[in-house]
Design a protein around this ligand. Structure first.
Ligand SMILES: *[C@@H]1O[C@H](CO)[C@@H](O)[C@H](O)[C@H]1NC(C)=O
Ligand SMILES: *[C@@H]1O[C@H](CO)[C@@H](O)[C@H](O)[C@H]1NC(C)=O
Ligand SMILES: *[C@@H]1O[C@H](CO)[C@@H](O)[C@H](O)[C@H]1NC(C)=O
Ligand SMILES: *[C@@H]1O[C@H](CO)[C@@H](O)[C@H](O)[C@H]1NC(C)=O
Ligand SMILES: *[C@@H]1O[C@H](CO)[C@@H](O)[C@H](O)[C@H]1NC(C)=O
Ligand SMILES: *[C@@H]1O[C@H](CO)[C@@H](O)[C@H](O)[C@H]1NC(C)=O
Ligand SMILES: *[C@@H]1O[C@H](CO)[C@@H](O)[C@H](O)[C@H]1NC(C)=O
Ligand SMILES: *[C@@H]1O[C@H](CO)[C@@H](O)[C@H](O)[C@H]1NC(C)=O
Length: 389
């Protein structure tokens, strides 16, 4: 009897965390749809709304974010180029409830950006244009700790153009939050992304995707030390689009034929005139070196390059003559996000595909093995209780 009593008490105690778990699950599914609606609405326009917020960033924060409801949930918007949208139906981006062969896999992890800013002499001081020589920026190599998320998916069937067998999308934002808390690290209202890149880009016009191309033609090889790991390597180059008509969304600072939704930028508080000039905007300079490695569980990325960069305050760009030289080097290591990926990636020898990569529908075994220990304990206890009773 005594034993049975203890058994029931233990069960009751176990029920508490189980209840907490399920409530948390309910929460996440409801805010999931919230973040989905905000990100689907925001994915194409996120940069503009964010940039216009930039102009009045102080008023936005002082009003306590009333205009923008922020769940601080990580969202995977902006990782997939627009031409994937027709293949990855809503709710997309790894929600296991939806499946498509182009849904791909997600990785989450920590990034580090090292950069050096040099202010070249420029004696011009006219109107809003600030002489670069009057700006004080941090001297020497700086380092910024970031969190990052990446998506890797199979090449989309249309439009023709891209050759890479996969597309990689990456974004990173400055953060001190632990990687284990990355799901609650994000502030959609503050438009925090400082880095965004997709290896394949598309040209979206008049409501439909017109063409796509590889911004980084990737050389993919199997790693010597691990048959199920690939290495990839390439250089950012939009050469085929250099003379394309520029979208009105693209600020003048993005020389080097950069694209407005693909950028590396530095926070606006770095240099002495930061308030006036805004973020340092860098469209990916032609020649940026991009390499990395991938297994089914880990993605490593390295970006490095240098450019002459301008400043931007969203759409009120008047300071295009103020330039600084920036050298940057980014590293990222991410772990496979099994909870949010509907596929698994098979790289290297495991892909059995000449392109050294293939994607398979996730079997869900990962979810089974990560079942909370409670269930195991409860079932063990139940069988134990059966025996005793
Ligand atoms: C990832 O999955 C978890 C658990 O289902 C969910 O709470 C979270 O919102 C998902 N993250 C994204 C970015 O969709
Ligand atoms: C800035 O970069 C440009 C182009 O690479 C170069 O010509 C110039 O010398 C650099 N200026 C400084 C001060 O490093
Ligand atoms: C800028 O001004 C300094 C001092 O006034 C002068 O020595 C220098 O030659 C000027 N540089 C340019 C590029 O005009
Ligand atoms: C691709 O990478 C391999 C191994 O690093 C190298 O030998 C080869 O020259 C590269 N090919 C191209 C086209 O860059
Ligand atoms: C990325 O850079 C780090 C440090 O520079 C290096 O150790 C690593 O091998 C690089 N990864 C690849 C795939 O080249
Ligand atoms: C990755 O591959 C290894 C070896 O094939 C396998 O044991 C592991 O379960 C795979 N992980 C995932 C997340 O698919
Ligand atoms: C990858 O790039 C990093 C710098 O971005 C460089 O240090 C590293 O040597 C490169 N790795 C390979 C294999 O080219
Ligand atoms: C290999 O992958 C490519 C690109 O994803 C795909 O088009 C092709 O059908 C695959 N081949 C096999 C034999 O699976």
């Amino acid at each position: 009897m005594l034993l049975r009593h203890t058994f029931l008490t233990t069960l009751a105690l176990l029920a508490v965390p189980t209840g907490v778990l399920s409530r948390k699950g309910g929460d996440s599914s409801s805010s999931d749809s919230d973040s989905d609606s905000s990100s689907s609405g925001g994915s194409s326009g996120s940069s503009d709304s964010g940039d216009s917020d930039d102009t009045s960033s102080s008023t936005t924060s002082s009003s306590g974010g009333n205009r923008c409801s922020d769940t601080h949930r990580l969202d995977f918007g902006d990782l997939q180029p627009d031409h994937y949208y027709q293949y990855n139906r809503a709710p997309r981006r790894g929600h296991p409830s939806a499946y498509s062969d182009w849904d791909g896999v997600f990785f989450k992890g920590e990034a580090n950006l090292k950069y050096t800013i040099i202010t070249p002499p420029n004696n011009l001081t006219e109107g809003d244009i600030v002489s670069s020589s009057l700006i004080t920026c941090p001297v020497g190599k700086q380092s910024m700790r970031m969190l990052g998320a990446a998506w890797v998916g199979a090449k989309a069937p249309t439009p023709a153009g891209p050759v890479n067998p996969f597309t990689l999308g990456f974004k990173a934002w400055e953060s001190n939050i632990r990687v284990s808390d990355i799901d609650y690290s994000y502030s959609v209202c503050e438009n925090p992304d400082l880095i965004r890149l997709t290896t394949t880009v598309d040209w979206y016009s008049g409501g439909s995707v017109e063409k796509a191309m590889d911004a980084v033609a990737l050389n993919i090889t199997q790693a010597a030390d691990n048959r199920d790991k690939i290495l990839f390597d390439g250089v950012y180059d939009l050469k085929d689009w250099a003379d394309s008509e520029r979208s009105s969304m693209e600020p003048a600072e993005y020389d080097n034929s950069g694209l407005w939704d693909q950028m590396i930028s530095l926070p606006d508080s770095l240099c002495s005139e930061g308030r006036r000039l805004g973020k340092i905007l860098i469209g990916w300079p032609t020649g940026t070196h991009i390499n990395g490695s991938m297994t089914n569980e880990t993605l490593e990325l390295n970006f490095s390059g240098s450019t002459v960069a301008g400043f931007g305050r969203g759409f009120t760009i008047t300071d295009t003559d103020t330039k600084v030289n920036v050298t940057f080097e980014l590293t990222f290591t991410g772990s496979f996000d099994a909870a949010n990926s509907s596929q698994v990636v098979l790289p290297g020898a495991s892909s059995q595909n000449a392109s050294l990569i293939s994607f398979e529908r996730a079997t869900g075994s990962a979810t089974v093995t990560s079942l909370p220990l409670y269930y195991v304990l409860v079932s063990l206890l139940v069988s134990f209780g059966m025996m005793v009773v």
